[in-house]
Design a protein around this ligand. Structure first.
Ligand code: ATP
Ligand code: MG
Length: 219
């Protein structure tokens, strides 16, 4: 279970302006649940995910996972997977090595990591692409590879930042259903941020809107 308690985060710019992105923000995500956070551009969605991932520190407040306070725990020791909208894959690696990457990071031997990556790609219907450079794949295929890479490490929490925004409308429809199915099958706890309510409703059991640094419940 993920718990955000009274998070505060404000960015100041050199001209004296500031953006309040979190203002006593609370959120609880139960184990196995997907929660969506909606909000317009600049409302602080990506910043919220970065605080959960440990890439940005909150100004105040606390983040707990399964009861443990994550303050001071570096990103690589949180056991979370973060999937960004862009730059989701390493362009210099082939598809198989992209998927194997997290396992190698976890200390798995390369040959074994590649074998598991090929199995994962088969599950995702991407086996034929294992040896391809990632830039040869379509946008939708790239996002599926990115999800395979995130799930193969069995993360405690999956963080998704606008996973479909680079895709055209038709592709999104199929992909959001596939993602919903695969995340449910993995039984994983997830936080999705997006500006697209249809994406959010397809994936998340609960949805909130980020307004002036606080979450308003939508469903
Ligand atoms: N490290 C930083 N330093 C200063 N300002 C920042 C920093 N990171 C983000 N900001 C500012 O905070 C605001 C919120 O950024 P954030 O990326 O969280 O928004 P977002 O809701 O994800 O937007 P989008 O939908 O466009 O991705 C923006 O105005 C951004 O310029
Ligand atoms: Mg963003």
């Amino acid at each position: 279970m993920l718990e955000l308690r009274a998070l505060h985060k404000t960015f100041h710019d050199p001209d004296g302006g500031h953006w309040v992105l979190a203002d006593a923000l609370d959120l609880v995500v139960e184990r196995g649940q997907t929660v969506a956070v909606l909000g317009p551009s600049g409302s602080g969605k990506s910043t919220l995910l970065k605080m959960i991932a440990g890439l940005e520190a909150p100004d105040a407040g606390a983040i707990f996972f399964d009861g443990a306070d994550l303050a001071g725990v570096p990103p690589e020791r949180r056991g979370f997977a973060l999937m960004f909208q862009d730059f989701a894959l390493f362009p210099h690696l082939d598809v198989q090595d992209n998927v194997a990457f997290g396992l190698v990071e976890q200390g798995e031997r390369r040959a074994r990591a590649r074998e598991r990556a090929r199995q994962m790609l088969a599950v995702f219907g991407l086996a034929a692409h294992a040896g391809h450079k990632v830039w040869k794949l379509s946008g939708g295929e790239q996002q599926r590879v990115a999800l395979a890479r995130a799930l193969i490490t069995a993360p405690r929490l999956l963080l998704l930042d606008e996973p479909f925004s680079a895709l055209d409308a038709e592709l999104r429809v199929g992909l959001r259903e596939e993602f919903a199915r695969r995340i449910a099958a993995a039984g994983i706890t997830a936080v999705l941020v997006t500006h697209d309510e249809t994406d959010a409703r397809a994936l998340a059991q609960r949805g909130f809107k980020l307004v002036a640094g606080r979450l308003q419940m939508l469903w």
